[in-house]
Ligand binder design. Structure first.
Ligand SMILES: Cc1cc2nc3c(=O)[nH]c(=O)nc-3n(C[C@H](O)[C@H](O)[C@H](O)COP(=O)(O)OP(=O)(O)OC[C@H]3O[C@@H](n4cnc5c(N)ncnc54)[C@H](O)[C@@H]3O)c2cc1C
Length: 504
């Protein structure tokens, strides 16, 4: 038993993109606050934030069909897409600030321009896509989106997808060139390097095993040093639980009432990776399709060009699956041990409601490689099995809670910020839209947890994020300004093509 004990202003649990972002924001706002980080793995960005564990989409709602829905009157609701797009603009502005201030270097090591496309087949879905395009392309946030149902145009956009396509079904796509591929693993590592250079105390191979409120209102953490086996005690006035899938257990240990009646449902992921450079070279886009009937929104299939380790790759997936682990490197007992007296009814209600989802996920786990190839052939008709390998992606723990709209045990597909009433502890649960929205989600935590400082910090926040507190949608000129300035700094495509429509 070690007697290592520290007292700091802030403890960040977990070295993923969320802690990296919160730590970087706080270091700019209050450079003299002491920050300590505990991470159970040997490096930063090894779990969900790792480049091989997520899809690397800069989610700006440019291509993800599940962010827009058809209303009963047939019109398209794009409000969720607007929110997600605005959140991504916030991330881009903060990353630009970090680059301009030389706090992180070469942006091309973590972000690249890449067209974002939506692809659908069949009369009904083509009609939906056309209506969606009409609703979005009139909106300044989605300026430059193009639509086509002309096979010749689609062949130009998507040669790999259109070659050898024999089906006579109508097919259509939208394309927007302001999309991005983001290497969140590289970004996380860059941010932790920056934090280290600012004297943040980063402790790898340290697992937080318990969190208790101390008599003076601060938080005392029991931390196991995994390399020496010793147990340490660390205290902080503010704790952020950024443990990804590990956050729910830690939140439960804190005992705060806000963390009760919440459960987690793990969904695993598998990607197919192309190992044939000739095939990789024929594709240059992120192409999102429609989720299959009964599939959860996070398993929407997509065919993505990716830039990993400065190399162009091609990934397809993710195939969803079921594993009781809450982290890819977690335990088979994670799901069982997350069931507590205060959430058992919520969990049971969700179990009863989500039988078909569980069945779907188990069926997905059982798919053979050839069955997965068949799904891939819906995108690349002539895909050859020997060109593709399977890789296991990260775990996503979806939040289960009781809601007014959905009743007891409702599965949530977004992220949930849980904070104690006094703002001394905050946790992030859920995984979607995930890393892309890290900056706005962490700003939300700052606003909720440090209300006494926010006025004084506002000027600095606006310096980092010029659109902070302003609706971009209501300020088309600001959208243009943000688009041009972030594109210039981050080395992204700054052209906003005039809207072109084909056969609309
Ligand atoms: C298959 C898949 C595809 C995705 N695609 C996208 C995408 O295209 N775009 C996007 O924006 N987002 C995507 N996401 C979501 C995104 O990856 C996550 O939202 C994001 O990485 C979460 O970051 P985090 O810091 O909260 O968690 P993580 O990156 O998981 O980091 C949490 C860290 O906490 C550590 N930890 C846990 N418990 C403890 C403990 N007790 N003590 C110490 N350390 C602990 C873990 O080891 C881990 O390193 C995807 C996720 C998955 C799984």
């Amino acid at each position: 038993m070690s007697n290592r004990q520290t007292k700091t202003d802030v403890i960040l649990i977990g070295a993923g993109i969320m802690s990296a972002t919160l730590g970087s924001l706080l270091k700019e706002l209050v450079p003299d606050w002491e920050i300590t980080v505990f991470e159970r793995l040997a490096n930063a960005g090894e779990e969900s934030s790792n480049e091989w564990n997520n899809a690397g989409t800069g989610h700006a709602a440019l291509c993800e069909l599940n962010y827009t829905s058809e209303k009963p009157d047939g019109s398209i609701d794009i409000s969720k897409a607007i929110k997600i797009n605005e959140q991504f603009q916030v991330s881009k502005q903060f990353w630009s600030y970090l680059v301009n201030s030389k706090l992180i270097s070469n942006p091309q090591d973590f972000i690249m321009s890449l067209p974002h496309m939506s692809l659908v087949q069949g009369e009904k879905d083509v009609t939906f896509l056309k209506k969606r395009f009409e609703a979005m392309s009139n909106n300044p946030l989605f300026q430059g989106m193009e639509f086509s149902d002309d096979p010749a145009k689609l062949m130009e956009w998507l040669p790999l997808v259109m070659t050898d396509r024999t089906s006579n079904e109508p097919i259509a796509a939208t394309k927007i060139d302001s999309g991005t591929d983001v290497n969140f693993g590289a970004l996380t590592r860059m941010l932790f390097d920056h934090l280290k250079s600012k004297s943040v105390d980063i402790n790898y191979e340290h697992s937080v095993d318990d969190i208790k409120r101390a008599g003076d209102g601060s938080w005392e953490l029991k931390v196991k040093n995994l390399s020496s086996g010793s147990v340490e005690r660390h205290t902080a006035k503010f704790v952020f639980i950024g443990g990804g899938g590990g956050s729910l257990h830690l939140l439960q240990k804190s005992g705060i009432p806000e963390g009760k009646h919440i459960g987690g449902f793990p969904v695993s992921g598998i990607f197919m990776v192309c190992n044939n450079p000739d095939v990789v070279a024929q594709h240059h886009a992120k192409v999102y399709g429609k989720a299959k009937l009964g599939a959860p929104p996070m398993s929407v299939p997509h065919l993505d060009t990716r830039y990993i380790d400065n190399k162009k790759s091609l990934l397809f997936g993710p195939f969803a699956g079921f594993s009781p682990k809450f982290l890819k490197t977690g335990s088979m007992f994670d799901l069982v041990t997350s069931v507590k007296p205060n959430n058992v009814l919520t969990m049971l209600a969700a179990g009863a409601k989500e039988m078909s989802l569980t069945k779907y996920l188990i069926q997905q786990v059982m798919l053979s490689k050839e069955q997965r190839m068949e799904e891939l052939r819906e995108f690349i008709p002539n895909a050859k099995s020997e060109d593709w390998d399977l890789v296991v992606a990260g775990q996503r723990v979806q939040v289960i809670k009781d809601t007014e709209a959905g009743g007891k045990g409702t599965l949530q597909f977004g992220t949930e910020v849980i904070t104690a009433a006094d703002g001394s502890i905050a946790a992030l649960l859920g995984a979607s839209p995930g890393a892309s929205t890290a900056v706005s989600v962490m700003l939300e935590i700052i606003k909720k947890c440090f209300p006494q400082h926010i006025k004084a910090w506002e000027l600095k926040i606006k310096e980092m994020i010029p659109s902070y507190g302003v609706s971009l949608l209501k300020n088309p000129e600001l959208i243009h300004e943000v688009h041009i300035s972030t594109a210039r700094t981050l080395g992204l495509n700054s052209e906003l093509h005039p809207v072109k429509t084909e056969a609309v």
